[in-house]
Structure formats: structure tokens, C-alpha cells
Design a protein around this ligand. Structure first.
Ligand code: NDP
Length: 256
């Protein structure tokens, strides 16, 4: 194996929603491989705890309080990270929310909140880091989709639309920025035990057991299950991988 295939020493990674759940699981993996981490989220107490966690073992971590739906705030966030950490090599567009109602019951502001948080934020953050990556000679963008990038979701139409959109946005940026040596890929999580799905389990009767029955691995995923895919997609190991959407789902998406 080539030396340094998974080495992220000296690299700087932004993880939106990196203060908990899947984002923190990915940030832990990136930090363990040597990257400095900028944790981007709104909840400052949660972000401070994540920074303390990430700084425990290895490199530098900072919190950059930002609402990723706010265009000016996203531009300021990228500027601050460049000033404080000196470069931007990796962006994980992970921030996300869900509002669970069928389309006939969803109002326009609920639709907009979900689309803006899950999809428009990925556009804003990717656009904000593109020039820094291009000037540095390359970069890695990892977008977080969902099983609902593939399957319909009767109870989550805006969420499914945003996650379908993430896959096409990923492919579009992969094609556009390949000549800048920026690889852009999506990760599609299965059912993972986080705050987001704890809420879903309270709202959707029988969900916990249905997920177990349909997941070949016979368990819910954990945030730490995302450390490996984050390191792979952020490191030289994936330099010829771009525009893909990789399920990390214990087999959920291939279950007949
Ligand atoms: P969590 O609720 O634990 O994490 C969501 C994160 O998004 C939080 O860190 C939150 O931080 C951040 N966030 C939300 N809105 C904003 C905003 N406007 N600005 C900045 N940050 C924001 O959920 P998960 O870890 O489960 O979800 C992470 C991603 O994975 C999401 O995109 C989700 O759709 C996706 N996913 C999750 C699955 C699962 O089973 N858990 C399955 C498939 C996909 P803060 O509140 O501080 O702003």
C-alpha cells in the first residue's frame, strides 16, 4: 500500500453539523487521521463539547458558529477558517433536518426550511470553499444524502426531495470541478441512531423494529460507522473516485 494513502496530516476539514451525530462521527475519523477540524453548527454549547472531544487525542479543532442557510454567514465562516486555520482541503456538507408530514399537510415555510438546510446549504458552502480548494491545487467535498435519495418517503417529501437533489448536486459539482482536482462524492446513510432519528422513533410507530427487520446487518448504525468512509473520501485513497453516492447502510438499500 502506498504510504500516506489515508493520511490527512496538515489538512483542514470543515464539517457542518459536526457537533453531534453523523457529523461528529465523521469529524472524529478525520481528526484521527491528522486533519484539523472546523465544527460548524448553531448550538454553541454542543459545538464547544465537540471541539473538546476532537482536541482530546490529536489535532486542532475550532468551533465556527454558523447558520448554514444564511449566505452571508457561510461566506464569513469560510473566511474565518481560512484566516484561523490557513487553508480548506475538505468540506463535509452534513447539516440536516427533517419535518415529518405528508405533502398535503406540509406548508411552504416547512418545505423551505428543509430544502434550505439540507440542499441549499450544500450549494452555499461548496461555492464558498471552491476558490480556496482550486488555488491550493485540489480538495474533497463530501455531501450527505440518505436512503431517501433512493426511495420515496410518504412522510418526508421535502426531506426526500432535498436528499435526491444532493445526489444530482454532487454529480454536477464532480463534473464541473474535476479539472480543479476537487473530488465530490455523496454518502447515503441507512438508519443511524442520532438525535434526528430518536425524534423519528417517537413520531413513527414501529419504526425501530421495522428498521431492524429490513437491515441485513440487523442493527441500527452508529455515528462512528461514518469515520471510515469520511477518511476514504477525504484522503488520496479516493483521488479517482468522484460523483458517486455510496450507501453506508448495513445493506438496507440492497435488501430484497
Ligand atoms: P443530528 O440531528 O444529530 O445532526 C444534525 C446536525 O445539523 C446538527 O449538528 C445541527 O447542529 C446541524 N444543523 C441543522 N441545521 C443547521 C443549520 N441551519 N446551520 C448549521 N447547522 C445545522 O442528525 P444526524 O447526525 O442524524 O444527521 C446528519 C446528516 O445525516 C443529516 O444531513 C441527515 O439528514 C443525514 N442522515 C441521517 C440519517 C440517520 O439515520 N440519522 C439517515 C440518513 C441521512 P446545530 O443544531 O448546532 O445547528
Amino acid at each position: 500500500m502506498a504510504a500516506g494513502l489515508f493520511d490527512l496530516s496538515g489538512k483542514v476539514a470543515i464539517v457542518t453539523g459536526g457537533n453531534g451525530g453523523i457529523g461528529l462521527g465523521m469529524a472524529r475519523g478525520l481528526a484521527a487521521s491528522g486533519a484539523s477540524i472546523a465544527v460548524v453548527g448553531r448550538d454553541e454549547a454542543k459545538s464547544a463539547a465537540a471541539v473538546a472531544d476532537l482536541s482530546k487525542n490529536s489535532g486542532k479543532a475550532i468551533a465556527v458558529p454558523t447558520d448554514v442557510t444564511d449566505e452571508a454567514a457561510v461566506a464569513a465562516m469560510a473566511g474565518r477558517i481560512l484566516r484561523e486555520l490557513g487553508r480548506i482541503d475538505i468540506l463535509v456538507n452534513n447539516a440536516g433536518i427533517n419535518i415529518r408530514k405528508p405533502a398535503d399537510q406540509l406548508n411552504i415555510s416547512e418545505w423551505d426550511r428543509v430544502i434550505n438546510t439540507n440542499l441549499t446549504s450544500a450549494f452555499l458552502c461548496s461555492r464558498a470553499v471552491h476558490s480556496a480548494m482550486k488555488e491550493a491545487g485540489g480538495g474533497k467535498i463530501i455531501n450527505i444524502g440518505s436512503m431517501m435519495s433512493i426511495f420515496g418517503a410518504s412522510f418526508a417529501p421535502a426531506y426526500a426531495a432535498s436528499k435526491g437533489g444532493i445526489v444530482q448536486f454532487t454529480r454536477s459539482c464532480a463534473v464541473a470541478w474535476a479539472s480543479d482536482n476537487i473530488q465530490v462524492n455523496a454518502v447515503l446513510p441507512g438508519w443511524i441512531d442520532t438525535e434526528l432519528t430518536r425524534q423519528a422513533r417517537e413520531q413513527v410507530a414501529g419504526l425501530h423494529d421495522k428498521v431492524l427487520a429490513r437491515t441485513p446487518a440487523a442493527r441500527w448504525g452508529a455515528p462512528d460507522d461514518f469515520a471510515g468512509i469520511a477518511v476514504f473520501l477525504a484522503s488520496p485513497a479516493s483521488d479517482f473516485v468522484t460523483g458517486t453516492a455510496i450507501p453506508v447502510d448495513g445493506g438496507f438499500s440492497v435488501m430484497g
